[in-house]
Design a protein around this ligand. Structure first.
Ligand code: FMN
Length: 234
């Protein structure tokens, strides 16, 4: 149980609520990162200490199927591979809230985010009921997806169901149903006239960016606030 103390939230040991955001876009200042920063601002307004990690700053690989995380007699849930993702994974295990942000690449998560998910979620997926979870507490999560497609296109391809598999594993490992935010029809380039992109109307993209993206930012901020509040009440 957390107690609100002035401008920060503390648990019995005096710890502060920790909220991490994982940016799965190579772009540090664009749609995905902007929404994650808004979500962190919402969490910070609730008194949380926040950290943003840009996955594409790090050199790491996805799971190499060594199965060390499944061996008997070793601490379960921890990825044995050592690279620049390792300290991030360790930090994620002790976070109170994790926000995952990914652009949609070829109808799926970015490869950077997908590799991170393999390294984080698969070691936590334990094949024996007798072995307790490595996660000492439940961790709240938010997923923020940004994409060029419209909401109608996403529905018509039934992509939400496809991405739900990540939410399923996250709930199984971390114990709480993730909250999800979709940002559709994003602005991909700052100047569409410089790119072969005649399928898109630069004016429509700009209009959408000015009208809808601020609303998405607002929704992201609320998501961060809500996740921090729920973590504080756990
Ligand atoms: C390699 C690549 C593949 C992409 N594939 C898709 C796709 O399948 N569907 C889609 O809606 N957008 C696709 N996009 C567009 C991005 O998802 C979209 O522009 C996103 O908002 C970019 O996020 P960012 O601005 O944070 O980098 C793709 C972009 C790239 C670079």
């Amino acid at each position: 149980m957390y107690m609100r103390r002035g401008n920060f939230i503390a648990i019995g040991r005096g710890d502060i609520l920790h909220v991490m955001a994982i940016n799965g876009s190579p772009r540090r200042e664009w749609n995905t990162a902007t929404l994650l920063k808004q979500a962190l601002a919402g969490a910070a307004a609730e008194g949380a200490r926040t950290k943003l990690v840009h996955l594409y700053d790090l050199r790491y690989r996805g799971c190499v199927s060594c199965f060390s995380c499944k061996k008997k007699g070793i601490p379960h849930g921890v990825c044995a591979m050592r690279d620049e993702l390792s300290p991030v994974l360790e930090r994620m295990q002790t976070a109170d809230v994790i926000l995952f942000g990914s652009p949609i690449y070829l109808m799926n998560l970015s490869s950077g985010m997908s590799a991170c998910m393999e390294r984080f979620l698969y070691p936590g997926t334990i094949y024996s009921d007798a072995v307790p979870s490595v996660f000492p507490k439940k961790i709240g999560t938010g997923f923020i997806y940004t994409m060029n497609m419209t909401e109608e296109q996403v529905r018509s391809y039934e992509l939400e169901q496809k991405w739900e598999i990540y939410h399923f594993f996250t709930k199984a490992v971390l114990g709480i149903e993730p909250k999800v935010l979709y940002s559709y029809d994003t602005r991909q380039f700052s100047d569409y006239t410089q790119y072969e992109s005649s399928r898109f109307s630069a004016a429509d993209k700009q209009h959408r960016y000015e009208e809808q993206f601020p609303k998405d930012c607002q929704a992201a901020r609320k998501l961060g606030e809500k996740l921090a509040q729920e973590a504080a009440d756990r």
